[in-house]
Design a protein around this ligand. Structure first.
Ligand SMILES: O=C(O)CCC(=O)C(=O)O
Ligand SMILES: [Fe+2]
Length: 481
């Protein structure tokens, strides 16, 4: 998770959150962002203003209207005769900034309205030109059962994963706890932005000698935090079930060369030593498209994500590598995650896909089976909350002491080169400065390719099996060891 300052989704979310009219479509918002030099506040003002002016609408719920225009110049300046065509968005299906952040955000109320220097946002955001017109567009697909999930994605879905009473108790416990969780907050350009849900970070009691306190700070975008809490007992109990399922699942799959191979033969290869929890209250709370930061997870992590409470849609969309965008399109997969289900994001999910929990217009309330343990005689209360707990294995070879520091003196973050992962000549992971997330948006230009061997990381499956592991000679989806 966590974010930096160049994310399309973040900018769109900022604009959306300031609109008083119905969503005009991402392409329209992006073009308006270009017109407004990347200033989200100004973009929202322009979209709002033009909507009322041209439609004679007032900003009441009853008069909210859908705006649709493919010609943004004409739409923003209906009277202005201009020969300059607005940048076409027809071909833009999957706009990616070169370095992607981890969370969708909404602006803090302090968003400024002053004019900002003009940046050509499209140069940053637009994918390299391609001839996509011949590539057919695939409609979103709902994956409503475990076999569909396994068929279409690198994930597995398990339903009714915990004993029902444990799932219910853990849900109540976490909802109560979540009252003190925080909205993630960080700098984006010149303003502070905030995540549209609450979050918290936990460390397992017996986690092998490393202090994951620094890692916890990075969960909160580099903000100083108190040492993270230990897994509560109910989470610990749930974790045993989850570890068993995850290890069963990964044993059935081939392993990728850079995955952690363990110190001793027979050792449990995946164990959760940290967990991050999210609470989404109501239909509008969300998390935007992102891939999880790999800093402590290392390459090709497995992440086990437990859902409790109301069903929400988990959305997955592949990031098509640059050399394939002219041949195929990404497809959006929607996976409804009911109470007591586990979706396991297996190796290569973070390198190849973005995931999100989009806002919804309606929500099915969760109806608990058991009363709240501390209010056993109260009536059962349906809830509009979803609790998500992602159990994670922070690798011993990506511990805080071994994370490179940037020029600002703070630990860097590790990202995958999602766009070039099939290239074979391009390195696939890099370390970059992350100081800007907290430091008034100002970081340094630190950028270094991650080199497993030079940095002394492992042992990996490649080390064990002798398969080439340098970043130039294997292809994530093609070589299994
Ligand atoms: O709530 C979810 O299912 C996803 C949460 C997530 O992606 C994250 O915390 O990184
Ligand atoms: Fe995530």
């Amino acid at each position: 998770m966590m974010a930096d300052g160049t994310d399309t989704d973040t900018l769109i979310a900022m604009v959306l959150s300031m609109l008083v009219v119905t969503h005009p479509g991402n392409d329209v918002i992006l073009e308006a962002l270009v017109e407004c030099g990347g200033d989200a506040r100004a973009t929202a003002d322009v979209i709002n203003a033009r909507s009322y002016k041209t439609r004679d609408a007032t900003p009441t719920n009853s008069t909210k209207r859908k705006l649709a225009s493919s010609d943004l110049n004409g739409w923003i300046n209906p009277g202005a005769a201009t020969s300059e065509k607005p940048p076409s968005t027809k071909k833009r299906k999957d706009v990616q900034s070169p370095i992607k952040p981890q969370k969708l955000t909404v602006p803090a109320s302090s968003a400024s309205t002053t004019a900002k220097p003009v940046v050509n946002l499209m140069q940053v955001l637009r994918s390299p030109p391609t001839s996509k017109s011949s590539v057919s567009r695939l409609p979103p697909l709902t994956l409503s059962n475990p076999s569909m999930v396994a068929e279409h994605t690198p994930c597995t879905l398990h339903t009714s994963i915990l004993p029902p009473e444990l799932a219910c108790k853990l849900f109540y416990f976490m909802v109560d706890l979540s009252q003190s969780w925080k909205r993630n907050r960080w700098w984006l350009f010149d303003r502070v932005v905030e995540s549209p849900h609450r979050t918290s970070f936990f460390v397992r009691k017996q986690s092998e000698g490393h202090s994951w306190h620094e890692a916890a700070q990075y969960w909160y975008n580099g903000r100083p935090t108190d040492p993270p809490d230990a897994f509560p007992d109910l989470m610990e109990e749930a974790c045993h079930y989850i570890e068993n399922i995850v290890n069963e699942d990964i044993l059935k799959r081939g392993r990728l060369p850079l995955e952690w191979a363990g110190h001793q033969p027979g050792e449990k290869l995946w164990h959760a030593n940290v967990a991050a929890a999210n609470c989404y209250e109501g239909a509008k709370e969300s998390v935007g498209p992102h891939s999880d930061q790999l800093t402590y997870l290392g390459p090709y992590p497995t992440i086990a994500s437990l859902s409790l409470g109301t069903t929400r849609t988990f959305r997955l969309r592949e990031v098509v590598p640059s050399d394939e965008v002219s041949k195929r399109q990404a497809r959006t997969f929607n996976v409804p995650l009911p109470h007591n289900s586990l979706i396991i994001m297996h190796a290569a999910t973070q390198e190849s896909y973005k995931h999100s929990i989009p806002p919804q217009s309606v929500l099915d309330l969760y109806r608990p089976l058991y009363p709240h343990p501390s209010r056993p005689t109260s009536p059962l209360e349906p809830s509009n909350c979803r609790i998500n707990i992602t159990f994670r294995f922070y690798r011993p070879d990506f511990n805080p002491q071994s994370i490179p520091r940037c020029k600002c003196g703070v630990p860097t973050i590790l990202r995958a080169d999602m766009k070039n992962r099939h290239d074979g000549k391009t390195d696939r992971y890099w370390w970059t400065c992350y100081a800007g997330a907290q430091n008034d948006g100002k970081g340094c230009d630190f950028w270094r390719v991650m080199d497993m061997k030079m940095e002394g990381r492992g042992p990996t499956f490649a080390d064990r099996s002798g398969v080439a592991s340098n970043n130039e000679t294997f292809f994530p989806h093609r070589i299994m060891v």
